[in-house]
Design a protein around this ligand. Structure first.
Ligand SMILES: [Ca+2]
Ligand SMILES: [Ca+2]
Ligand SMILES: [Zn+2]
Length: 311
């Protein structure tokens, strides 16, 4: 099924207006638009029960984190790093990953162990820069499978009562990446590292189960949704955060773009500032097949965020 842009925008409007994936899903057949729609709101959506958690990422209409809030986050991070006496030191952390399979009572939403192993391999490949050696950053972060658990609950499966289910199932410390596999109206939702101290029990990423490698999410079935959401979890913004501005995503080597990308439009240049849009960057909204890199600047930002909030 091919969606045109107007259909996608309409779906986005419904989702954002209601602020709840579950409601949007009853209005539109999920299979028709969910994967396209999902990345249009992949951070903690406004209006959820944990309004203080990471928010933002409203797709083409960027900036749910206001410029003022973004500035405060940068200042707070710099102050923490100064106090810790750590500058942008090279990080080489191994991140324990806990998968939580949130299945329906009929077993729907399941993934195989091979898919989970492939997802871990995908994270390791992407964060090591192996999709474009020599250009993509080797971030120094590696991932190891720490555990897989399974829950059967029709509400949790649909990402309802998410504060409750995350609090009851989250494992590990601030350095542990928890991935809840659900079936909802997004591809993924992430929390940011600077929100961990306020909301440690919900820290992690929620990922559409069908986006794992070999899944059924058309154009989003290579496991790169988890890579993208993990990028937020490490403290990266979308490459279109802030739009066509010099500050944009607080990363120097990602050219500013005016809006999110869909598909893989070679040569796209939505912003008159230098550089083509970074459509191959994991933090844009392109198809999985289009992604191939984090930049060295993003790698440095992840090091800084790790030192400030997760080390
Ligand atoms: Ca940038
Ligand atoms: Ca440009
Ligand atoms: Zn995102």
């Amino acid at each position: 099924m091919t969606l045109n842009r107007s259909a996608r925008i309409a779906a986005t409007a419904i989702s954002l207006a209601l602020g709840a994936a579950s409601v949007a899903m009853t209005a539109v057949p999920a299979a028709a638009w969910a994967p396209q729609e999902s990345k249009a709101a992949c951070l903690e959506p406004a209006g959820h029960d944990e309004a203080d958690a990471a928010r933002g990422g409203s797709g083409g209409d960027h900036r749910d984190i206001s410029a003022a809030e973004q500035k405060r986050i940068e200042a707070r991070t710099a102050a923490i790093l100064a106090k810790k006496g750590s500058s942008a030191t090279r990080t080489a952390a191994t991140v324990p990953v806990y998968f939580h399979k949130m299945l329906g009572t009929d077993g729907s939403g399941d993934v195989t162990q091979a898919q989970i192993d492939a997802q871990i391999a995908e994270l390791n490949q992407d964060f090591a820069g192996q999709e474009l050696p020599g250009t993509a950053a080797d971030t120094g972060f590696t991932f190891t499978l720490a555990g897989v658990d399974t829950y059967y609950n029709n509400q949790w499966h649909k990402d309802r009562q998410s504060t409750t289910y995350r609090s009851q199932t989250r494992l590990g410390g601030k350095n542990a990446l928890n991935i809840w596999l659900v079936d909802f109206g997004y591809l993924g939702i992430a929390t940011f590292p600077w929100d961990y101290s306020r909301n440690p029990s919900i820290d992690g990423i929620r990922v559409q189960y069908s986006s794992l490698p070999g899944g059924s999410a058309t154009n989003y079935d290579q496991g790169k949704t988890a890579t993208h959401e993990a990028g937020h979890w490490f403290g990266l913004y979308h490459t279109f955060q802030g739009g066509c501005t010099a500050t944009n995503d607080e990363v120097e080597d990602t050219p500013a773009q005016a809006s999110s990308t869909s598909g893989c439009p070679a040569g796209r240049d939505s912003c008159s500032l230098p550089g083509l849009d970074p459509i191959h960057n994991y933090m844009d909204y392109s198809y999985d097949s289009c992604y191939n890199q984090f930049t060295p600047g993003q790698s440095i930002r992840m090091d800084q965020m790790w030192a400030a909030y997760r080390a």
